[in-house]
Design a protein around this ligand. Structure first.
Ligand code: AMP
Length: 176
């Protein structure tokens, strides 16, 4: 049986409300319990560190992918550490073999990873369930933006529906 892999895109910032990291912990724990191996940006920074801590505590395979220019920022305790030549290559490597891609609350790096992945799914270049963890409505502006795109014909309702909004880790679990 092939390994089930989930990638988590998330914040590199430590200066965020702890509720986002708590939700991240619950979501990653649920994924580990459901048998997913975990892939992330692999840094000890911000929510990425929380994702790696949680996967390690759960004893799940825990792969981190970093660009070479981030040497020194890697999380100590990954079961697999992979180095990429560039940020673009990193995104490709993070997506390799995943059947689930989740954006936890994050900023522009997280959006870059999520949108590129959504485009690839939309174009049929990869197959994965896509979701955001919409902790306390964090991603409501994104929902409004996507609805705006649909309203103006820039995005089809079918493609819009590729991205699930899970309000809680329990809701996210229903997509596993
Ligand atoms: P952001 O959402 O802007 O905090 O960016 C976080 C995402 O982009 C992570 O999933 C990382 O893959 C990547 N990233 C951006 N900035 C960093 C950083 N300083 N250290 C490690 N990864 C980063």
């Amino acid at each position: 049986m092939s390994e089930k892999k989930a990638v988590f895109f998330c914040s590199a910032s430590s200066d965020i409300d702890p509720k986002y990291n708590q939700a991240a912990r619950e979501a990653v724990r649920a994924a580990c319990l459901a048998g997913y191996s975990i892939v992330s940006g692999g840094s000890f920074r911000g929510t990425m560190g929380v994702v790696c801590d949680t996967a390690r505590e759960c004893g799940a395979p825990n792969c981190g992918v970093l660009p070479e220019f981030m040497k020194g920022l890697e999380y100590d305790g990954l079961t697999e550490l992979r180095w990429a030549g560039s940020m673009s290559e990193r995104k490709d490597m993070m997506r390799e073999g995943v059947s689930l891609a989740v954006a936890l609350p994050g900023g522009i790096g997280t959006m870059d990873e999520l949108f590129e992945t959504m485009v690839l799914v939309k174009l049929g270049r990869m197959k994965a369930t896509l979701a955001v963890l919409d902790v306390d409505g964090f991603y409501e502006p994104l929902r409004a933006l996507l609805d705006h795109f649909v309203e103006h014909g820039m995005l089809t309702p079918e493609d819009r529906a590729l991205l699930h909004f899970a309000a809680t880790p329990e809701e996210l679990e229903k997509l596993f």
